[in-house]
Design a protein around this ligand. Structure first.
Ligand SMILES: O=C(O)CCC(=O)C(=O)O
Length: 359
């Protein structure tokens, strides 16, 4: 692995991090903006007589569901330098359908309603906490529907403002198959580093809202409680999964054609990586097929589904695992969440990190 410590247990050395090998949070293969626009979210969703359909559109909803919205808060912070690829000049991307002037009312077909009932039944048989490997815990259905709605609305609000969602890209022209917003600090895919402003438009990322850190703390506590129950001989929970206090977050929105190549998250401060402080990931909306493993090799990777409300934590020995999203399952989001939040078809993911460890 290019400079990377492929087994997820080796931490990057300062020299390997300085070289910034492309393995670090590298995304690929990328699709062009054009090809992403071919996804189901690129225009009004196809309407079938038995499936969900757009029943009523109140004025204010953009004609194309992939159209950017104009928000009073969404002034560009600067004219930008035209640096590393981005959708510079485009208005912010709205992860929700409808806007302050209107709402979308969805009517659901029997198929969707039955699918939702089946899913609720299945969930009651799934273990609420899964220990995937040392340092990696999955909390199934951890975020309650109302909490999910609150998080989506909060991200929507921040996402249409300054420093909100945009489609990141590389200087050479490739685009990521997702929309991104950073909180606390900006993560720049081109330089693979964190900074206080976005190089392409000079915008400052929104601060991390307190409402979000509360959910992260609860998730870490739940995983520690779970690890504690394993009894004698087991690694101390706070060693297996170090305590963290999130100060930065990368928020990704995937339309149903979105994906993210296998990569490691290792651009945080050396102090945070050395302590192996965990990454805490929230999934909302449509289900993702999530890959993870010790190598940057899709064929060797383990695959799990991350559903709306799931929280995945990887730290300690698993801090540097390779991970990515191989696909989004259309129409898999819980209706009680997407209806209340008006979330577009797709998936919202928040990965919280602590940039710097301060004892
Ligand atoms: O969407 C996900 O589940 C993963 C996101 C991710 O890997 C990242 O933001 O680094």
């Amino acid at each position: 692995m290019e400079g990377g410590g492929g087994d997820g247990r080796k931490l990057a050395t300062s020299s390997s991090r300085r070289q910034k090998p492309r393995a670090s949070r590298e995304f690929g293969p990328e699709r062009s903006l054009e090809s992403q626009k071919e996804g189901p979210c690129s225009s009004s969703p196809s309407v079938s007589s038995t499936e969900s359909m757009l029943q009523m559109v109140i004025p204010g909803l953009p004609k194309s569901l992939d159209s950017p919205v104009q928000s009073p808060k969404s002034k560009s912070a600067s004219s930008g330098s035209g640096a590393a690829g981005s959708d510079l000049g485009a208005a912010p991307f709205d992860i929700c359908m409808g806007n302050s002037k209107g709402t979308v009312i969805l009517k659901h077909g029997l198929l969707e309603i039955n699918r939702e009932k089946r899913r609720a039944k299945e969930l009651s048989n799934i273990a609420p906490v899964q220990h995937l490997r040392p340092g990696m815990v999955l909390l199934k259905n951890f975020l309650k529907p109302d909490d999910q709605v609150e998080i989506i609305k909060l991200c929507r609000e921040l996402g249409v403002g300054t420093g909100g969602f945009y489609q990141p890209g590389y200087r050479e022209g490739g685009k990521l198959s997702l929309r991104m917003m950073c909180l606390g600090k900006n993560w720049d895919p081109d330089s693979r580093s964190y900074g206080d402003i976005r190089p392409f438009d000079g915008a400052q990322p929104p601060q991390m809202p307190q409402e979000l850190t509360k959910f992260v703390e609860e998730a870490i506590k739940a995983s520690h409680d779970f690890l504690k129950q394993r009894g004698k001989g087991a690694t101390e929970p706070s060693v297996e999964l170090p305590q963290m206090s999130p100060d930065i977050c990368i928020v990704n929105f995937y339309t149903t054609g979105g994906k993210l190549g296998l990569h490691q998250d290792k651009d945080e401060d050396e102090s945070s990586l050395e302590k192996r402080l965990p990454v805490v990931s929230f999934s909302l909306g449509d289900t993702a097929e999530f890959l993870y493993g010790d190598d940057r090799d899709v064929d060797k990777a383990s695959k799990i589904k991350l559903e709306s409300g799931d929280v995945l934590i990887f730290g300690g020995q698993s801090r540097l695992i390779f991970h990515g999203v191989s696909g989004i399952m259309p129409k898999s989001a819980p209706l009680m969440v997407t209806d209340k939040a008006n979330l577009r078809p797709g998936r919202l993911n928040l990965t919280f990190r602590q940039h710097k460890y301060e004892p």
